[in-house]
Design a protein around this ligand. Structure first.
Ligand code: MOS
Length: 706
């Protein structure tokens, strides 16, 4: 466990790190998007736009090249600019290309579009009659163990509550964008993406190009949080346009388009039913969730999945549906599934604690899952008990009185709430190459993307540890489809998955170096360390490197009969203004079980970032729709509130001491999303403790507390 500051930190804060939109271009493409939520384009007038200064092309469905089926999980479910139909406000209806950005913007405003509107369905509640089931993603959509009906019949207390979470947008500081170059029949694309190979697959398919003629590069990505994982219409439009006009085309979404031109976290409506004995032992858990999807495609938020694994109960039933609305397709957003899901489950557990008059933390402990209750498997590793204990100690939970509305400081009602966190550990196949040259420079190569999490710092640390050298002599090249393939940076999977591939490559390299130093096969790899350009043999000679040596490594998850999950215990203190209903978060403690922590500094940053997402979920973020005009109401950061520094007190994240021997070769499970789980319900539970008012709909608004 070595704390290292970010190797790319200076480059990032001084402007030395080149992001996609920083790159120069010959042409600038600006999207014209539909202003209605549903209907058909009945008229298009591009004359003025085509005649505007600097314009080289105006592309609409009438003259756009025909695209081929993009296929694959991550492709848009409809291809852009191929027909006259409108399924959502913000759908591309034209793209204008000019020699300067301002000229393209000016001309885009001159494109005339007439629509025949059809009725929209915008709100989840309005779409519920059309709800349907689909298959699950990483697990079945529905599960059932034990006899829930019997569990509820035998319970001393049964509680059934419905909770909702709001639509939310990712809003990374860098909006999505692409710089695409068409030259000599080849496409080179810089893309703000979490998955260069996702983009590669979609672009080669849609444009029917041989894979080797398309290269996708993502050197730096200014945050993704999920909105850059799947591939969206602009990522097909930019290369299509580049092929049409030749040279380099830049297409960057505006902030407003970042609310309509890629996915968002759909609103959910969840019903949790808990049965328990008077002693607080769960006899049944039922969790049903329905989320909004788009009229043109399916997206399932697996919000009910958390209850499958969280608490020991003899009977557990979970199910999901989706209901179509006129928006772009929703998509995962940081702490998808369990983020919205745990708000419902952990609010219900708090309500049960009050029904039974059992301390909320004690109730969790009485239902602690020693093994995965739905799948009947052991956990790869789980230190949640230690998290509860340490979190309670740091927070001072034992001083809490159960009674709501009992603590006041002037006009402020003070409340303490807690919740558990859980997040499945996603693992993906990965490949890497590690080499060392005669100068002792170690190079790690892998296509994985740096999206702001510290990957450029942490992966070299893993290589250095496996190779037996200083991390200072390790460099990494990443974010490029010409490098050994890794999958998208998503599901908190990178450190474990790509790290394990790098570990394997570095171990193979170390064995080669041992042979170099001591003769073929004569020495175990661990006998040799690397010091600069010297190979240092334990109790033996120093051997100078003479040439570059490199090794490939790969890793893929294997079926181990185990459940891999990360966990946390979250404790929140709020102050609610008794007159104005304003909630201020004053303390937030999170203790997490995630196995070994590779870099405590970047890990801490991840948890602070994740916890801040949870604050947004609890208190601020909601993308409201206009049910008549068929659009998101506030497509800007003035109308869509995110937590800022003034909303965030000193956060207190820490980790349980743990090594997970099953977590690839690194001993640790992913943490990027875990921090965003459990904070919402901990805050909502604290608000109940402060005010006696149970808020079941996020975000918590002052109106509900007045
Ligand atoms: Mo994350 S929502 O899997 O990028």
């Amino acid at each position: 466990m070595t704390a290292r500051t970010r190797t790319d930190g200076r480059a990032k804060v001084t402007g030395g790190a080149t992001y996609t939109a920083d790159r120069p271009a010959d042409w600038y493409a600006v999207l014209v998007t539909s202003t209605v939520g549903a209907g058909r384009i009945t008229g298009l007038d591009v004359t003025a736009a085509e005649a505007a200064p600097g314009v080289t092309a105006v592309i609409t469905h009438r003259n756009a090249p025909r695209l081929a089926e993009a296929g694959g999980v991550y492709a848009p479910k409809i291809l852009p600019l191929q027909d006259d139909l409108v399924r959502y406000e913000g759908e591309p209806v034209a793209v204008v290309v000019a020699d300067r950005l301002e000229r393209a913007q000016e001309a885009a405003a001159l494109v005339g579009v007439a629509y025949e509107e059809t009725p929209v369905v915008m709100e989840l509640d309005a779409a519920l009659p059309q709800a349907y089931e689909i298959a699950g993603y990483y697990e079945p959509s529905g599960t059932s163990v034990g006899d829930v009906a019997a569990g509820l019949r035998d319970a001393d207390v049964v509680l059934e509550r419905t909770y909702t979470t709001a639509a939310r947008h990712h809003s990374p500081i860098e909006p999505s964008g692409m710089v695409a170059t068409w030259r000599d029949g080849e496409l080179t694309i810089h893309d703000a993406t979490q998955g260069v190979f996702n983009t590669h697959e979609v672009v080669t398919n849609a444009l029917e190009l041989p894979p080797e003629k398309v290269r996708i590069i993502a050197q730096y990505v200014g945050g993704g949080f999920g909105c850059k994982g799947y591939v969206w219409p602009h990522q097909i439009i930019a290369p299509m346009t580049a092929r049409l006009v030749g040279g380099t085309v830049k297409l960057v979404l505006t902030r407003a388009q970042a609310f309509t031109s890629h996915g968002y976290q759909p609103p959910t409506r969840q019903t949790v039913t808990l049965g328990a004995t008077s002693g607080g032992a769960l006899t049944a858990v039922r969790h049903h969730s329905v989320n909004a999807t788009s009229v043109y495609g399916d997206y399932l938020e697996m919000a009910a999945a958390c209850g499958r694994t969280m608490y020991a109960s003899p009977a557990i039933e979970t199910s999901h549906e989706i209901a179509p609305v006129n928006t772009i397709l929703p998509t995962p957003m940081r702490a998808p599934h369990d983020g919205p899901g745990m708000f419902a489950l952990e609010s219900a557990m708090d309500e049960l604690a009050y029904e039974l008059d059992i301390d909320p933390l004690e109730l969790r402990l009485r239902n602690y899952a020693e093994q995965d209750p739905t799948h009947g498997r052991p956990f790869s590793s789980k230190e949640l008990r230690a998290c509860y204990a340490e979190g309670a100690r740091r927070f001072g939970w034992d001083r809490r009185v159960m009674t709501p509305r009992a603590t006041r400081d002037g006009n402020d009602l003070i409340g303490w709430g807690m919740a558990s966190a859980i997040m499945p550990t996603f693992m993906m196949p990965a490949n890497a190459r590690v080499s060392i040259d005669a100068e002792g420079r170690v190079l790690v190569e892998t296509s994985t993307q740096e999206i702001g999490t510290g990957t450029r710092t942490v992966l070299p640390q893993i290589a250095a540890e496996a190779l037996g050298c200083s991390p200072d002599q390790v460099r990494i090249e990443m974010g490029d489809t010409t490098l050994p393939r890794a999958e998208m940076t998503a599901g908190s999977s990178t450190t474990l998955s790509v790290g394990s591939a790098i570990h394997n490559a570095a171990r193979t390299l170390r064995a080669k170096l041992a042979s170099t130093a001591l003769g073929e096969g004569s020495a175990p790899a661990d006998m040799v360390r690397v010091e600069g350009a010297d190979l240092v043999v334990d109790g033996g000679p120093r051997v100078r490197l003479r040439e570059t040596v490199s090794a490939d490594g790969s890793w893929a998850p294997e079926e181990a009969g185990l459940t891999f999950s990360t966990f946390g215990a979250i404790f929140a203190e709020v102050r609610v203004d008794a007159d104005l209903g304003l909630t201020r978060l004053s303390r937030l403690t999170g203790v997490y079980s995630a196995g070994r922590i590779i870099n405590p500094l970047t890990a801490r940053s991840q948890m602070i970032g994740g916890m801040t997402w949870g604050i947004g979920q609890a208190l601020l973020e909601h993308s409201d729709v206009d049910p008549v005009l068929g659009r998101f109401v506030s497509k800007n950061l003035a109308g869509y509130l995110l937590p800022v520094n003034a909303d965030v007190p000193d956060l207190d994240p820490s980790f349980a001491e743990e090594y997970d021997e099953h977590a690839g070769h690194i001993g640790g499970r992913g943490i990027g999303e875990l921090g965003a789980v459990g904070v919402g319900p901990a805050i909502a539970n604290a608000v109940f403790h402060a005010t006696g008012i149970r808020v079941r709909d996020l975000p918590i608004s002052p109106e509900e507390l007045m």
